[in-house]
Design a protein around this ligand. Structure first.
Ligand SMILES: CC(C)(COP(=O)(O)OP(=O)(O)OC[C@H]1O[C@@H](n2cnc3c(N)ncnc32)[C@H](O)[C@@H]1OP(=O)(O)O)[C@@H](O)C(=O)NCCC(=O)NCCS
Length: 203
């Protein structure tokens, strides 16, 4: 995964304002940026090589068949109703996490995130969800919904970071929560992040 896609690979509506270099809690640095279509081969390799537990939790039971259609759906986005960020190791450029939201209905989007096991517990998912939340609020999305396996303690904890979670329903081992995005808290969280902003400030 390239840290900075070639200019020719950037879609016309690529939102450069969400590029950030973030220092994680253990000192390692990642470049977080919107996903682009040319990330498809690296994303395919990452899904194919992910461990069964990660795939089970991210895709709620089944690991997906990596087809051209799936890769198109995951990498060709309008950055409004469907938005995704990738994180790459700032030193080597290897992709280490993906976070995305997809618009579900009136002001609500479903959020999903997966972090390479070697990069967990240092605040990466939190940073990516916060940047996604900022993008969402700027696109009139005010609620994140997440579906996850009910025993997924990390996700439950991630969603309750701002104490805004209200679990909606739980059936057959699946939990769903909705988080009302609070403009002030999201802005403060993004400001407090250890970032070097790459792009222009979001309007
Ligand atoms: C869930 C996941 C994305 C969390 O990523 P992460 O980068 O490790 O998360 P963060 O470091 O931002 O941690 C956020 C909080 O979640 C909680 N958390 C994270 N991992 C945890 C664990 N193994 N056990 C308990 N709590 C955990 C903690 O409260 C943590 O905050 P803290 O470290 O300050 O205590 C990651 O574990 C993952 O990719 N899991 C597999 C895929 C998945 O389950 N995706 C979610 C379904 S959409």
């Amino acid at each position: 995964m390239s840290l900075q896609p070639h200019p020719a690979d950037l879609p016309p509506d690529y939102p450069v304002a969400y590029e950030r270099e973030v220092r994680l809690r253990d000192g390692r640095r990642v470049v977080i940026r919107p996903i682009v279509p040319s990330d498809a081969p690296d994303l395919a390799a990452a899904i194919r090589s992910a461990d069964a537990e990660t795939l089970h939790r991210r895709f709620l039971g089944g690991s997906p068949r990596v087809t051209p259609e799936l890769l198109t759906r995951l990498t060709q986005l309008d950055y409004t109703r469907r938005f995704a960020l990738v994180a790459a190791d700032a030193t080597g450029g290897r992709g280490v996490a993906v976070a995305r939201y997809e618009h579900l209905g009136e002001g609500v989007a479903e959020v999903a995130v997966a972090v390479d096991p070697a990069w967990r517990r240092v605040g990466l998912a939190t940073a990516m969800v916060e940047i996604l939340a900022q993008a969402a609020l700027e696109r009139n999305i005010h609620t994140f919904s997440a579906s996850y396996l009910a025993d997924n303690r990390p996700v439950a904890a991630l969603l309750s970071l701002a104490d805004l979670t209200r679990p909606r329903e739980m059936e057959q081992g699946l939990a769903e929560s909705e988080v009302e995005l609070d403009r002030g808290s999201v802005a403060a969280a993004v400001r407090a992040m250890n970032t070097d902003q790459h792009g222009a400030a979001p309007s």
